[in-house]
Write a protein that binds this ligand. Structure first.
Ligand code: FAD
Ligand code: NAI
Length: 466
């Protein structure tokens, strides 16, 4: 029987990074993955294919709309959806193969099949052909990720009513698409299909989009998406969906009560959140009881069962690939007798639309609720030279800092390349920087990062360029 120091169940960003770090630290490690490729949701049907389509559709729209013409480039683009999907698939394959390579490089075994915990230190793996192997290990790491949350009355058939996986591979550009849920998936994939020509309506339960995002930032973001042609129906709930051969009828009601209406579209994307995936995992064999929403309870990444750890989307916290990666490193370092730690306050979020939205730390609402006195500095991209030259002037950067100590508490950016800009603030905040530290640091000109610096200057009221 194979003996391991650590067996990781699930080969997504949590699991594969755990495997690699374990290999680096000299632990004998295996990753059990039942999908035919490594990389989990993120590489196969999440982050990567969605970013491939966001990139391609953004360029298509730039060429097809006013953007190229404004720059003096006259072209008449023709959409080749088959090729767009093909290049997406090729990039995904290259990335999943890359993880396989990293496993070999770090001497991590990929055990193919579905893993089940059958007692302390025992993992049973059922291969695709039905054969069963039992592996022994000192530590088990659960990294089984998440799946789309269902909605009663709306049955996903992946034909007309799709979840994010279906929406990444529609066979045609819908004339009309209704997205249920104004969260990150709905707005990213809604943007993809709108750019390619679909009429997109987003139905959202709450009275705002992207809950969790700083409210002022979300308002600016919604205004921008509306200008692009996305229609929002807020404070509305979908109570039923009926898929026909070529379209779907949705029954939509105001959350506050009132008359129901019927909306019809070629396709419907259900994107109301994700839930932890722990089906058939044998948690009961080690006495782990998931919470009401299915998350595995942990103290950091330690479960209640000795030698069993859990990371990534399967535990509480932001359901993001880079958070899963942080969990993975901390978990494996603890297993290796080192000191692992994740600062969940410093896990950034990015919405990869156009404009992008990125933030880290606290929102204004959170600071107000916690009674923290803060100062805000804000700088519009319309006054940033690089953004102006590139005709990308929507949005702003906003820095929130403690009123007494000047420590940066939160940063919110809506604008071009916001996702690339936020990393600077993650580092600054990890070093407990004051807004003045950023304000007095020389930034390259002309770059969008200067908007971040000017916003930091704004905390003490000396923004110079707006
Ligand atoms: P997963 O990636 O879900 O991996 C879990 C793996 O475990 C899966 O491969 C599954 O097959 C396997 N598994 C489950 N049970 C078993 C079992 N019993 N035996 C063997 N294998 C098993 N996050 C970002 O940070 N940035 C983004 O841009 C982003 N975009 C996204 C876009 C979409 C459309 C979606 C759906 C998600 C996106 N996410 C993004 C979220 C990100 O994909 C997840 O947070 C991340 O994949 C979680 O990693 P994980 O390792 O915890 O789980
Ligand atoms: P989400 O939690 O971001 O948003 C779901 C939205 O659906 C919320 O606005 C919620 O109020 C709404 N909603 C819930 N029930 C509803 C109902 N019955 N009717 C109408 N609206 C309803 O979830 P989403 O978009 O499905 O994404 C899941 C997770 O995947 C994200 O939270 C994020 O962690 C991850 N993700 C990250 C990305 C990134 O980092 N760029 C990209 C895509 C996904």
């Amino acid at each position: 029987m194979a003996q391991y120091d650590v067996i990781i169940i699930g080969g997504g960003p949590g699991g594969y990074n755990a495997g690699i770090r374990a290999g680096q630290l000299g632990l004998k490690a295996a990753v059990v993955e039942k999908r035919v490729t490594l990389g989990g949701t993120c590489l196969n049907v999440g982050c990567m294919p969605s970013k491939a389509l966001l990139h391609a559709s953004e360029l298509y729209e730039a060429a097809a709309g006013a953007e190229f013409a404004t720059l003096g480039i006259e072209v008449k683009p023709k959409l080749n959806l088959v090729q767009m999907m093909k290049q997406k698939g090729e990039s995904v394959t290259a990335l999943t193969k890359g993880v396989e390579f990293l496993f070999k490089k770090n001497k991590v075994d990929w055990v193919k099949g579905a893993g089940k915990i059958v007692g302390q230190g025992k993992v049973e793996v059922t291969a695709e052909d039905g054969s069963v192997t039992t592996l022994e290990t000192a530590n088990i790491v659960i990294a089984t990720g998440s799946e789309p949350s269902p909605l009663s009355g709306v049955e996903v058939d992946q034909k007309r009513i799709v979840d994010s996986t279906g929406a990444l591979s529609l066979p045609e550009v819908p004339k009309s698409l209704i997205v249920i849920g104004a969260g990150i998936i709905g707005l990213e994939l809604g943007s993809v299909w709108r750019r390619l020509g679909a009429e997109v309506t987003v139905v959202e339960f709450l009275d705002r989009i992207t809950p969790g995002m700083d409210a002022e930032t979300a308002k600016t973001f919604q205004r921008s998406l509306t200008k692009q042609g996305i229609t929002f129906k807020l404070s509305s709930k979908v109570t039923a969906a009926k898929a026909g051969k070529s379209n779907v009828s949705l029954t939509v009601e105001p959350v506050a009560g009132g008359a129901a209406e019927t909306l019809t579209a070629d396709y419907v994307l259900l994107a109301i959140g994700r839930r932890p995936y722990t089906e058939g995992l044998g948690l009961e064999s080690v006495g782990i009881v998931p919470d009401k929403r299915g998350f595995i309870p942990t103290d950091h990444v330690k479960t209640s069962a000795p030698g069993v750890w859990a990371i990534g989307d399967a535990i509480l916290g932001p359901m993001l690939a880079h958070k899963a990666e942080e969990d993975a490193v901390a978990c494996i370092e603890m297993i290796a007798g080192k000191w692992g730690h994740v600062d969940y306050n410093l896990v950034p979020s990015v919405v990869y639309t156009s404009p992008e939205v990125a933030w880290v730390g606290k929102t204004e609402e959170q600071l107000k609720e916690a009674g923290v006195a803060y100062k805000a500095g804000k700088f519009p991209f319309s006054a940033n030279s690089r953004a102006k030259i590139n005709h990308e002037t929507e949005g702003f950067a906003k820095v929130l800092a403690d009123a007494k100590t000047d420590e940066i508490l939160g940063v919110h950016i809506v604008g071009p390349q916001a996702g690339e800009m936020i990393g600077e603030y993650c580092v600054a905040m990890a070093f407990k920087a004051a807004s003045e530290d950023v304000a007095r640091t020389c930034h390259p000109h002309p770059t969008r990062s200067e908007a971040g610096r000017q916003a930091a200057m704004g905390v003490e009221g000396w923004t110079m360029q707006a």
